[in-house]
Design a protein around this ligand. Structure first.
Ligand SMILES: [Zn+2]
Length: 179
C-alpha cells in the first residue's frame, strides 16, 4: 500500500502526497488524471473503485505503479504531464488485467508470491530489464499505452467541440430582425 497518513484527497478517489500539493507540476498531473479518467473508462475495463495517488514514488523506482490489492494507481509527480499521461495509460492497462483476472498474484506456501497470466504460472521476477520487458503483462501495457493516449486525446477534443457547439447555439440570436 502506498498511502501515507499525510496524504490528502483533493477530489474523489484522487490523493496527493503532502509534498506534491503545492507543486504546480503535480497539480497539473492530478488535473489530467481527473479530466481523462472518464475517457479511459470508455476504453478500458478496470475497477470502479480504483484510486489514484500523485506523489514522489519511493526510491524513484518507477514513474508509475499499480497496487493490485488496494486498487491504487500511483503516479510519480516528478515527471512531465505528458509523460505522466502515458504512465497513467500504462498503469490502467495493468488495472484492467487484474480486474479481468488475466493477471493474478497468488501466495503459495512453498514459493511465496507467484504470477499467473491467463491461468498459467509465470515465474519471471522481472529483476533484469530484459526479463521485466518480456513479461507478457508488460508487453501488453507498453504496446497499448501510446494508442490509448491518442484515443483519449481525440475523445477529449470531441467533448470540447460538442461543448462549444452547445454554447454557440445557446448564444445565437435570431437573425430575422428586419421590419
Ligand atoms: Zn508495467
Amino acid at each position: 500500500m502506498c498511502f501515507k497518513i499525510t496524504d490528502r484527497e483533493v477530489s474523489k478517489n484522487l490523493w496527493m502526497a503532502q509534498s506534491a500539493i503545492n507543486d504546480d507540476n503535480a497539480a497539473l498531473i492530478a488535473k489530467i488524471i481527473k479530466a481523462t479518467l472518464p475517457e479511459f473508462r470508455k476504453l478500458l475495463n478496470f475497477s470502479r473503485d480504483v484510486r489514484f495517488r500523485v506523489g514522489p514514488i519511493k526510491k524513484r523506482l518507477s514513474n508509475g505503479r499499480y497496487w493490485s490489492m488496494s486498487e491504487v494507481v500511483e503516479i510519480d509527480s516528478r515527471q512531465t504531464p505528458e509523460e505522466a499521461l502515458e504512465v497513467l495509460a500504462h498503469e490502467l492497462v495493468h488495472a484492467e488485467q487484474y480486474h479481468e483476472k488475466r493477471l493474478v498474484n497468488k501466495w503459495l506456501k512453498r514459493d511465496g508470491w507467484v504470477c499467473y497470466w491467463n491461468g498459467k504460472r509465470n515465474n519471471s521476477k522481472g529483476s533484469t530489464y530484459n526479463s521485466y520487458m518480456s513479461q507478457p503483462w508488460e508487453v501488453e501495457a507498453y504496446s497499448r499505452q501510446l494508442s490509448l493516449v491518442k484515443t483519449v486525446h481525440k475523445l477529449m477534443i470531441k467533448k470540447i467541440e460538442k461543448r462549444n457547439e452547445k454554447k454557440q447555439s445557446r448564444t445565437q440570436r435570431p437573425t430575422n430582425t428586419q421590419v
